[in-house]
Design a protein around this ligand. Structure first.
Ligand code: N01
Length: 487
């Protein structure tokens, strides 16, 4: 516990996913107790609650994708399945006294800063007030549903990958999957051979990094229980490898590591896709890691399964019987899964946020969402985001990113708690400078080397943190209060 926190401060955390749970634990650890978490879903877990598709797992190894204060000896695999991850968050929320602070089924719809406090409105008509809002609303959770002509006429079941309909049987059925992002690749790998026929509609091929995923043995788990230091060792090793061998390299398109990733992905394609014609249809015409790199060991086997068909002709329309492609073929289907990604520009929205003097966050973000160090926005004091815009999303564990951000935000809160300030948000000047610098730096990242991806803004510029992970760690160590509008 830090010394003498101001017990009068009240906090609202929006979202009981990985980041909201983390923020609440850290606030409590720092001695703050007046906290309410609003969660729109009936269960916690955020993305791990909403995504339940077959094959769901995290592409960050489990011992790294865990809170550092809550290692989990029970992880079943190196990359554990989604339901296990959601259960982990529920277990931690219960063990650390977070669960009882959550109001489920309660969506925050509007918040406004008035007379030095945040006034919050909720979808059920209730209201609340707080000194601080921590928006832990996630990055990728507003499904992007393509407006395919005729989609409504489809006679079978159609749904987005993040809204999997478990009442729909897939066994023995003809299942179509649209998309080749991380979600689609996991779904296809899980369903191949399990359904009657699997049709993958690919608009753009992906580079695939073959990452093995083995089970932890009973003995290994027993060893983790007895010697938690072993989990810490794995965590540290994997973290180091990820940062040095990957995260730091993504922001330098010329880095040798990026070339090594390219070579590994090319070898995966050459060695594991037997038929030359299929191989060419699966070969991307952009550089590896330009789109978010897909990590999967079994995808090419799944695509080559006798019951799987790869369709690369563009989708023209949906008909009652299936998907009609531009070459005139009708691909008959019982189930159509749209693994077509997310609306990434939403962040805290559709909740409306009104900062000082009636300034709307929507207006501040009229050119697209951005946030100083991914955390704060001008004119919106005492409102901090976790994994907000411009955050370091380059395939690194978002748990560690959120952890750094929470540590940074706690220092801002302490300024108020200690009576040195009442309101803090980034100054307009610092925000403008940050935006200028990040846009300049974005040009030399791998994401800017000529592909389409959810990393890009409307002008085609990558919005992700364009510097190294190490630089983010340094920035998060201590707020530069000169960059803040402090009142
Ligand atoms: O979504 P995506 P995702 N017609 O945006 C295609 C995280 N994640 O849900 O490339 C036809 O990557 C689109 O085609 P194209 C991870 O950060 C993590 O798969 O634009 N196709 C693309 O192939 C990931 O990056 C894990 O040409 C259309 C696909 O749909 C992020 O979530 C697991 C189309 C969308 O791919 C998003 O992944 C899963 C259309 N009209 C997800 N519209 C982990 O393991 C879109 N597409 C942690």
């Amino acid at each position: 516990m830090s010394n003498a926190p101001n017990q009068d401060l009240r906090f609202i955390v929006i979202g009981a996913g990985m980041a909201g749970i983390l923020a609440t634990i850290k606030l409590r650890e720092a001695g703050y107790s007046d906290i309410t978490i609003y969660e729109k879903n009936p269960k916690l877990g955020g993305t791990w609650y909403e995504n339940t598709y077959p094959g769901l797992s995290c592409d960050v190894p489990s011992h790294l994708y865990s809170y550092d204060f809550a290692p989990n000896p029970e992880w079943s695999r190196q990359f554990s399945p989604g339901p296990e991850i959601r259960e982990y968050f529920e277990d931690v929320a219960k063990r650390f006294g977070v669960f009882e602070l959550i109001r489920f089924d309660t969506e925050a719809t509007h918040c406004a800063f008035a007379d030095g406090r945040w006034q919050l409105e909720l979808a059920d008509g209730s209201r609340d007030q707080a000194d601080f809002i921590i928006a832990a609303t996630g990055v990728l959770h507003h499904p992007n549903l393509p407006d395919f002509q005729g989609l409504d006429s489809f006679a079978g079941a159609a749904f987005h990958s993040a809204r999997w309909d478990h009442d729909v049987a897939t066994e023995g059925k003809k299942v179509g999957v649209v998309g080749t992002g991380s979600s689609a690749v996991q779904i296809v790998t899980a369903l191949a051979g399990e359904v009657g026929e699997l049709v993958l509609f690919q608009r753009t091929p992906q580079w695939i990094m073959p990452v093995p995923n083995r089970d932890y043995s009973t003995e290994e788990k027993e060893n983790f229980r007895k010697h938690p230091g072993e989990m810490r060792k794995i965590r540290d090793e994997v973290s180091k490898a990820f940062i040095e061998g990957f995260a730091n390299a993504l922001v330098d398109a010329d880095a040798p590591t990026i070339q090594a990733i390219q070579t590994a992905c090319e070898a995966n394609l050459e060695e594991n896709v037997r038929e030359p014609e299929l191989r060419e249809r699966l070969r991307p015409n952009y550089r590896a890691a330009c789109k978010r790199l897909v990590m999967c060991a079994g995808f090419y086997d799944a695509v080559q399964h006798p019951n799987t068909r790869l369709v690369t002709d563009p989708i023209e329309r949906i008909e009652p019987e299936g998907v009609r492609t531009a070459d005139g073929s009708l691909h008959e289907l019982d189930v159509l899964v749209m693994a077509t990604g997310f609306k990434v520009e939403q962040f805290v929205r559709p909740m409306t946020v009104i900062g000082r003097n009636g300034v709307a966050l929507d207006d501040i973000w009229h050119d697209g969402p951005s946030a100083y160090l991914a955390v704060t926005v001008p004119e919106v004091p005492n409102f901090y985001m976790l994994n907000g815009p411009n955050g370091p999303v380059g395939n690194f564990s978002l748990i560690d990113v959120a952890d750094l951000e929470v540590g940074y935000i706690l220092q801002l809160i302490e300024e108020v708690g200690a009576g040195r300030a009442r309101e803090l948000c980034v100054s307009r000047e610092a925000m403008d400078r940050f935006n200028r610098e990040r846009k300049q730096a974005a040009k030399t990242t791998i994401w800017a080397t000529g592909c389409n991806s959810w990393y890009l803004d409307a002008s085609g510029l990558p919005t992700a943190w364009p510097w190294t992970y190490d630089r983010f760690t340094e920035e998060m160590a201590q707020p530069k209060l000169d960059d803040y509008d402090v009142r």
